[in-house]
Design a protein around this ligand. Structure first.
Ligand code: ADP
Ligand code: ASP
Ligand code: MG
Length: 496
């Protein structure tokens, strides 16, 4: 058991390993960290190349419906993408030959898992576990490419071929169609023992371990996943198991920004964020961190740094323990495709104790409320993912006496969350948020607030516009381009 070597986890997302040229870039970052005497020893966690998990799930779906021809076509393009990456990432021809053969062996493993899935469907059995096995191959393939590229750069590295994370058996979910994965729960103690056994012998020999993100294994040996986009989470599960000094999440943006830069052009980089702020941001839809990422490490005060693979000189965002300075509005995010469920007592003095029962029923339908918006003795309103609204409403209507309770559902909504510790320290903050939407004539369906921010529920179709105007009024005013052009013109005139 390791008791001495301190390690840090470097996790690279799908876009970061999306091509051979990018994998070479990733390997250069790892090599620089490895050679820096001030840095702790790196343990690398990688995602599948971008688009590959989607493709594997398409392959699973095509296998389930028996479309062999389309499935084979998908397999060919998947194989080609990895072979192209070898040519771009690795220079040494002997090493290329070795990796090609490793990839071929891996693809044979994938073909066997596809055959198992086909037999399971034909036998009319549950496809949940064989689908996870097929989905796991994206990460299994990318560890081979990243390790070989590091070797090509002269750094000793080895792929970790076994699953590092030990999970519970995933919960069967009959509502999930073919070609989706159900996330399983990591088991901290079993993962710790397994991670030590797989990782530290390599570290002690100064070999950089390259582990697969996203995937795990049950104690009984079934391959599982942590759910879609779960590789951030897997990096912190592994980091906590190894008592690492820091986890770096390398992605395609400079860090956590004040809003999604794809939607808000002048979103700014946030140098620091508390665990609570980051957790709330990801809960309300900021894709940059998976919502469960901070769970394994926040209680142990291990920092997470979000950084840009394509601009590694930028320090990124450090997510860590609470800062003492309340920040007001820090970031804005939207969570789309929600439905508002309202449970109302026909008796104006109805019983508030029914709230527990309502949420227990929602949980039974597999729907944790995304936000609880309002409640009073006889009225309760909360939003859930649109896709689970129907089953929640059905359960509530079946279980609660319709003479006493009216259940209503409104679809097509989104939550806009303004986040910042100490949001309500400035009494104007909530007012500014509501006024920002009112000025744009965006109706607020309902809302919820706390000292960590305000959540405004709007029509889904208004959500992007709402995000932009909240960002403009609460965080960063847009400097009108016209004025800028005007000043430039004036300056030129003065210069003449
Ligand atoms: P990876 O493949 O590295 O896991 P993701 O696509 O899952 O990357 O996450 C990065 C993306 O998250 C960015 O490209 C960006 O569009 C999006 N994003 C959403 N909200 C934010 C935010 N507040 N700050 C930074 N990025 C954000
Ligand atoms: N490859 C997995 C997915 O696409 C996990 C991840 O990249 O986060 O869902
Ligand atoms: Mg991601």
């Amino acid at each position: 058991m390791n008791g001495v070597v301190s390690v840090q986890v470097l996790k690279f997302g799908g876009t970061s390993v999306g091509s051979g040229e990018r994998i070479r870039r990733v390997a250069t970052i790892v090599a620089t960290t490895r050679r820096d005497v001030e840095e702790t020893f790196p343990v690398v966690v990688v995602s599948a190349m971008s688009g590959i998990t989607d493709q594997l799930l398409r392959i699973a779906r095509l296998t389930c419906v028996g479309d062999e021809e389309a499935m084979i076509h998908e397999m060919q393009t998947l194989r080609q993408k990895h072979f192209d990456a070898i040519e771009q990432a690795i220079e040494d021809e002997t090493r290329r030959i070795t990796v090609r053969s490793e990839i071929e062996t891996a693809l044979t493993g994938l073909t066997q898992d596809i055959a198992t899935l086909r037999e399971t469907v034909q036998a009319g059995q549950d496809v949940m576990l064989p689908t996870a096995a097929v989905a796991s191959w994206g990460e299994r393939l990318s560890v081979l490419l990243v390790a070989a590229t590091l070797n090509d750069l002269g750094v000793q590295a080895a792929p970790v071929r076994k699953e590092v994370i030990i999970t519970s058996h995933p919960q069967h979910d009959a509502s999930q169609p073919f070609g989706t994965v159900v996330g399983a729960e990591p088991q901290a103690e079993a993962t710790r023992a397994n991670a030590h056994e797989l990782i530290f012998p390599l570290v002690e020999r100064e070999i950089v371990p390259i582990a697969a993100g996203f995937i795990g294994r049950t104690v009984t040996g079934f391959v599982t996943t942590l759910g879609r986009n779960g590789s951030d989470y897997s990096a912190t599960v592994i980091g906590a198991a190894l008592d690492c000094s820091e986890v770096s999440i390398y992605t395609d943006v400079d860090g956590v920004l004040t809003a999604d830069p794809r939607l808000v052009a002048n979103a700014r980089l946030l140098p620091g964020l508390s665990y609570a702020e980051a957790a709330r941001l990801s809960w309300f839809g900021a894709k940059v961190l998976h919502p469960r990422t901070l769970i394994p490490i926040a209680p142990r005060n291990i920092p997470v740094r979000v950084r840009n693979t394509f601009r590694p000189h930028i320090r990124g965002t450090v997510v860590g323990p609470e800062t003492l300075v309340p920040s007001g509005a820090t970031a804005i995010t939207t969570h789309r495709h929600l439905a508002l469920i309202t449970v109302e007592s026909t008796d104006l003095f109805g019983a508030p104790e029914n709230a527990g029962h309502v949420f227990a029923l929602a949980a039974r339908a597999g729907a944790a409320p995304v936000a609880i918006c309002s409640s009073s003795g006889h009225h309760l309103a909360f939003v859930v993912e649109e896709q689970s609204a129907e089953s929640v409403v059905e359960l509530l209507q079946n279980d609660m006496d319709s003479n006493e309770w009216r259940v209503r559902c409104r679809r097509g909504l989104a939550a806009c969350a303004c986040i910042g510790s100490g949001f309500t320290v400035d009494p104007m903050s909530p007012a500014r948020a509501i006024t920002a939407l009112a000025r744009e004539r965006i109706p607020v369906v309902t809302q919820g607030a706390s000292e960590l921010g305000i959540t405004l529920i709007v029509e889904d179709q208004d959500s992007e516009r709402a995000l932009r105007c909240l960002h403009r009024d609460l965080i960063a005013p847009v400097i009108p381009l016209v004025r800028h052009a005007h000043t430039l013109r004036e300056k030129r005139r003065e210069a003449r």
